[in-house]
Design a protein around this ligand. Sequence first.
Ligand SMILES: *Cc1c(COP(=O)(O)O)cnc(C)c1O
Length: 359
Amino acid sequence: MSYEENVRKVTPYTPGEQPTGKVIKLNTNESPYPPAPEVYKALEGLNIEELRKYPDPVCMELVSALASYYGLDEDEVFVGVGSDDVLSMCFLTFFNGKDPILFPDITYSFYDVWAEVYDIPYKTIPLKEDFSIDPSDYRNEKNGGIVIANPNAPTGVIEDLTVIEDIISHNPDVCVIIDEAYVDFGGVTALPLLKKYENVIVVRTMSKSRSLAGMRIGYAFGNKKAIKYLNDVKFSVNSYTMNMPSLKAGAAAIRDDAYFRETVSKIIATREWTKEQLKDLGFTFRDSATNFIFASHEGVLLGESREELARRIFETLKSRNIFVRYFEKPRIDGYLRISIGTDEEMRIFIETLKEIIMR
Ligand SMILES: *Cc1c(COP(=O)(O)O)cnc(C)c1O
């Protein structure tokens, strides 16, 4: 027998590339804009001497800023090291049943990884042909919990709150997690449902709409009892997940609401411009409520299949230092996921794309 028999073997999540040097980076849905001026002030004013102490284990400065911004009580808010940490804690806390947890076949590709690493049985529910959810698929399916990203990634598709509520109301005995990583770009939030249902957790991040991917700040909203359960698990794994600079930067980002609104609306305007350009080039996509567009090109005129063309565009763009995301997976291998950059970046991207398509 070897020690390896007792090793937990997992296939990890593959994050998008983080190339160095001067590139146009449209592959991991980061904001193209710097963090808010208030965040600069907070970090420049850090008292380094304070770092000798442990950070506040209950993260009150950040929790309290979030609670007052979203009109909740402090004990209805949980924070973590990016929403990946928050979601992982949610899986560990709420998904302990024997029945499989459910999520769509095309969604954030970390869900199945957490299910695997925590030994949680899971079952994927196919999205419809147009990448939307049929809520009736979640009505009579015995399960141990549900995770829905709304708007969804990598499709960018948004579901009405009626669909989300249908899923929550038909599954009162399990926890339903709504991952709202992209909600600030045009989604509808399930936040109002917290008052109506006790089995909902809403998860958010500062990585995309608040330009803080490098700081690692995520958060969740839920009823007091559910948040207590989450904190109990967190304090059983690591009491100090959030470091002092993140707590300060996160609170500062929330304070600077004007900057947040300004950058989000710039990204939305650039997205709408990019959609028009992509349409003119013959790309098709579902309307996007996010900071990315998930697009496909029929390729017939070029004598290539959708998949061949998507792959060729991805590779050619990369050779010209423009990074987008390509997923080699069933149903979506004919698509490119293009994050929205600055106007200038998108102009260069579209020009380059034109050359590739018209070769
Ligand atoms: C980006 C993303 C996350 C994770 O973001 P963090 O950087 O860990 O906060 C979670 N869910 C979805 C759907 C995402 O796209």
